[in-house]
Design a protein around this ligand. Sequence first.
Ligand SMILES: NC(=O)c1ccc[n+]([C@@H]2O[C@H](COP(=O)([O-])OP(=O)(O)OC[C@H]3O[C@@H](n4cnc5c(N)ncnc54)[C@H](OP(=O)(O)O)[C@@H]3O)[C@@H](O)[C@H]2O)c1
Length: 278
Amino acid sequence: MTDLRAPFQLNDGVAMPRIGYGTYKVGDDEAQRAVEAALTTGYRLVDTAEMYGNEVGVGRAINGSDVAREDVFLTTKVWNDHHGSDQARAALEASLERLGTDYLDLYLIHWPSPKQGLYVETFESLLKAKEEGLIRSAGVSNFLPEHLERLHAETGVWPSVNQVELHPYFNQAPLRSWHAERGIATESWGPLGQRTGSVLAEPAVTAAAEAHGKSPGQVVIRWHLQNGCVVIPKSAKESRIAENFDVFDFALTKAEMEAIDALETGKRQGIDPGSNER
Ligand SMILES: NC(=O)c1ccc[n+]([C@@H]2O[C@H](COP(=O)([O-])OP(=O)(O)OC[C@H]3O[C@@H](n4cnc5c(N)ncnc54)[C@H](OP(=O)(O)O)[C@@H]3O)[C@@H](O)[C@H]2O)c1
């Protein structure tokens, strides 16, 4: 069985931790304290984005930490209004400046934004930045297979990662298989599925939590890991930041995994990436 504490090997040879700290809706003022707490807990992956407006605080935490920069896997994302070759390059340089670092471990195109039709040029800009050592790995977020196929057809490269909405109500089983066949890592956003409905109150989750003496949040995070996903839960609370990382001392049974898989609704909680809303 895969050692879930060991990093995920990306298709470009870069090693990525399987669990990270997500920072969406963590304001710039609180990001420093929250990321410091995450690093102290043991997280070695931090996920931010230019759109989150907290790169300064995230960078301060990493740069002020006892953990060496090379031991932290830092991800940020280019926002939709910076698609295109020159724009994406300028956005990368601005993110590096705010983060106070000279390289990223992973840079993602936040959304394909098909209405602009510029995601291929944007990805080419990421590949160039990778060649120059500004980013170690080039990935995407919210891409559908049609967008990924086009990137591959035009650049010959599959992105290393596709970060997508993924939780027990929308488990993306077909996309996960499609990614695996092409060596693309699946990273789950919104992993606790709390935007609409309450995954954490589902009997399949609470029963497993009770059986293992863990919390519902820990059960759902473990479900992601056992499904082979990289997972980036967010909490602003230090107690939950620690709780969400404490998922390596138990394993869900096949029956428990299947019961959580069966919560699938076929409905997204976020925007459809194929639509023109982004
Ligand atoms: N690429 C994209 O388009 C995209 C979109 C959305 C998110 N993301 C990334 O994915 C990360 C995670 O997604 P997310 O922040 O939307 O959602 P999430 O991590 O699934 O859920 C966060 C919510 O769950 C609560 N929570 C956290 N741990 C909990 C626990 N153990 N028990 C009960 N409740 C808990 C948090 O509240 P408290 O803070 O009060 O604890 C917060 O309200 C983001 O932070 C961001 O880095 C990416």
